[in-house]
Write a protein that binds this ligand. Structure first.
Ligand code: CAA
Length: 291
């Protein structure tokens, strides 16, 4: 897919998605959401990628919300579809199976704030601000903000920012637990990448299980959450990553985690795989050349 409104690059095992729609302060129109979702699909399938950073181009905005021009045109008929597309985008982020970090370089408003809330972590520049100004437009946050903000910072605080529409500056975002770290603007990407690398060095299967335990466990009661945690931990206990992680601990060396995934990914690119699958469909014996 050719991208018009985003950029996507890979830095070793980290993906970086930059929303780049300067004329609208990186606002999320339908095209941008579709482009982002295609990147999420790629990141999910690519075993060599361990983490995704989402940021905005320029200094002014991370994402200034859903596209207000598109909202103006919505009817009762297509409004639901528009909102479901935004929900799906944020669900895709939460369901990536890999951590996501919002590197908030500027204004994260409305749908942009809601997207950041769906990320695993939020690193914010000293100059950036977050907020849900939708009520001022006569609408309400429609990409999950009413739910995720209250879950993250508590009902009373969420209602305060929702009802006043006040922008939240970086120190306040940190204090509220809305942001995990504040950085100088010029250090935002460097520090986000440093954190990303640290997380990306952990066992990817265990990371996936931990994300599921927190994301799904929080939506249920303690008893069911603990049962989910036990089941997911038990899965991690059977993984090759666990064998390698623990062996490396006792041998006092760095673990080579995700060997299995990396090798499977290599095998998926091989000529032998092409031949094996072609032979399967042609109902003949494969002729492997070991490449
Ligand atoms: N959608 C579409 N275009 C947007 C936009 C948005 N969310 N935010 C900014 N723009 C456009 C402006 O229309 C303007 O375009 P033109 O140059 O063609 O006029 C351009 O970006 C620059 O914006 P401003 O001139 O307004 O810049 P400013 O510095 O004066 O103000 C701002 C910056 C305070 C962010 C202001 O642009 C603003 O209030 N934007 C809207 C923020 C907002 O309300 N976001 C929530 C959207 S609704 C939503 O997200 C619903 C949902 O939950 C799904």
């Amino acid at each position: 897919m050719e991208f018009q409104n985003i950029r996507f690059q890979k830095k070793e095992n980290i993906g970086i998605l930059t929303v780049d729609r300067p004329k609208a302060l990186n606002a999320l129109n339908t095209q941008t959401i579709q482009e982002m979702c295609s990147v999420f699909k790629e990141v999910k399938m690519d075993d060599t990628l361990r983490l995704l950073i989402i940021t905005g181009a320029g200094e002014k905005a991370f994402i200034a919300g859903a596209d207000i021009g598109e909202i103006q045109e919505l009817t009762l008929k297509n409004g639901l579809e528009f909102l479901q597309a935004g929900h799906q985008m944020n669900r895709d982020i939460e369901g990536l199976g890999k951590p996501t970090i919002a590197a908030i370089n500027g204004l994260a408003l409305g749908g942009g704030c809601e997207l950041a809330l769906a990320c695993s972590l939020r690193i914010i520049s000293e100059k950036a601000k977050m907020g849900l100004p939708e009520l001022g437009l006569g609408v309400i946050p429609g990409y999950g903000g009413t739910q995720r903000l209250a879950r993250l910072i508590g009902k009373g605080r969420a209602l305060w920012y929702l009802l006043t529409g006040d922008m939240i500056d970086a120190p306040t975002a940190l204090e509220l637990g809305l942001a995990n770290m504040v950085t100088a603007p010029e250090e935002l990407m460097e520090k986000t990448l440093k954190l990303g690398k640290k997380i990306a060095s952990k066992g990817p299967f265990a990371v996936k299980m931990a994300l599921m335990a927190v994301n799904y466990g929080l939506e249920t009661n303690m008893e069911s959450g603990l049962a989910l945690e036990a089941a997911l931990t038990n899965l991690a206990l059977q993984s090759k990553d666990k064998e390698e992680g623990i062996a490396a601990f006792f041998e006092k060396r760095k673990p080579g985690l995700a060997l299995e995934a990396a090798l499977t990914n290599l095998a998926l690119q091989s000529k032998d795989k092409e031949e094996g699958i072609a032979a399967f469909f042609e109902k003949r014996k494969p002729e492997y050349k070991g490449e």
